[in-house]
Design a binder for this molecule. Structure first.
Ligand code: PAF
Length: 289
């Protein structure tokens, strides 16, 4: 497994592979890899000859009061997982190598990123788009894999690839869950035992949507809000029923509608979602409480 530390080394490696006719897959991550990331790697391996994992905690997508400095960075463990998973190369640059001190160009998406997590985290998707565009230019993949857990992020990256003509196929892989339904996330390790119990509320809320048989979006979102706050004592950031493509709010639930949630367990912000009627509708496998 190649370890590539600088943008120049990364790009050179990718160019060399491409010149030999090798199809490249990229899995962009911020490290602290879990089984959800490894599922993305496996997906990439079915679609490419060689897979690059990028590990970069991207400062430009964190707000001033967010967890950039304490974001977990278990690098040795991450590299061991990548090696075991048969990853061909890992790109692990430092912030100063990715962003010149006087960098002044950003990639800004102006529609899909306005609501939901974009409203709660101003500047977040500007940072995500900018770094993903840079990672695409450095890893030069034919295909890139993102997780559905970050539903809005995946929609925005697809839009960026379309609007900026990146010659890259974007694949969105299903959410991987703990046996009790909690979506895997690097931030789950922040949770205390009690918060971890209460964090089940997010996936239980999606289960409620699936089982409620109710189609009025406002009524369902209200029931979800009540479940999250009263039963699971989570602080809700938002509960939304949106068109799965445009991310605009919809009045009624039907196939193609995404239910997207964000809530805090203590100080940890958790997100989850399901796309109704989709084969990967992730609420399918969630067990009863
Ligand atoms: O989803 C993530 O881990 C990050 O937002 C990404 C796509 C790697 C960009 O930093």
């Amino acid at each position: 497994m190649q370890l590539l530390h600088t943008p120049a080394d990364m790009q050179q490696w990718a160019l060399a592979q491409r010149s030999r006719g090798i199809r490249l897959g990229c899995v962009p991550t911020m490290g602290c890899l879990h089984d959800g990331h490894l599922a993305l790697v496996r997906e990439a391996q079915t679609r490419a000859d060689q897979v690059v994992v990028t590990i970069f905690v991207n400062p430009t997508q964190f707000g001033p009061h967010e967890d950039f400095h304490r974001y977990p960075r278990p690098l040795a463990d991450d590299l061991a997982r990548c090696r075991k998973a048969g990853v061909s190369a890992v790109f692990l640059p430092q912030p100063a190598q990715m962003y010149a001190a006087d960098h002044s160009i950003y990639v800004v998406e102006e529609q899909l990123g306005n609501g939901l997590c974009g409203a709660a985290r101003p500047g977040h998707f500007r940072g995500v788009c900018t770094v993903v565009a840079k990672l695409f230019n450095l890893t030069l993949p034919h295909v890139a894999i993102f997780g559905q857990k970050d539903y809005q992020q995946a929609a925005i990256i697809r839009r960026m690839v379309r609007d900026l003509d990146f010659p890259i196929e974007v694949v969105v892989a299903p959410i991987v869950r703990e046996p009790d339904g909690l979506a895997l996330s690097s931030r789950n390790r922040y949770l205390s035992t009690d918060e971890r119990q209460r964090a089940r509320g997010l996936s239980q809320a999606l289960r409620l949507v699936r089982d409620a048989g109710e189609t009025d979006a406002a009524a369902v979102c209200q029931r979800v809000q009540t479940l999250l706050t009263e039963t699971y004592q989570l602080r809700v950031d938002y509960v939304a029923a949106v068109d799965g493509q445009t991310l605009q709010p919809v009045p009624s639930l039907q196939p193609g509608v995404a239910i997207i949630l964000a809530a805090f367990a203590g100080t940890t912000r958790l997100i989850d979602n399901t796309l109704l009627g989709h084969p990967t509708d992730s609420a399918q496998g969630i067990p009863a409480p």
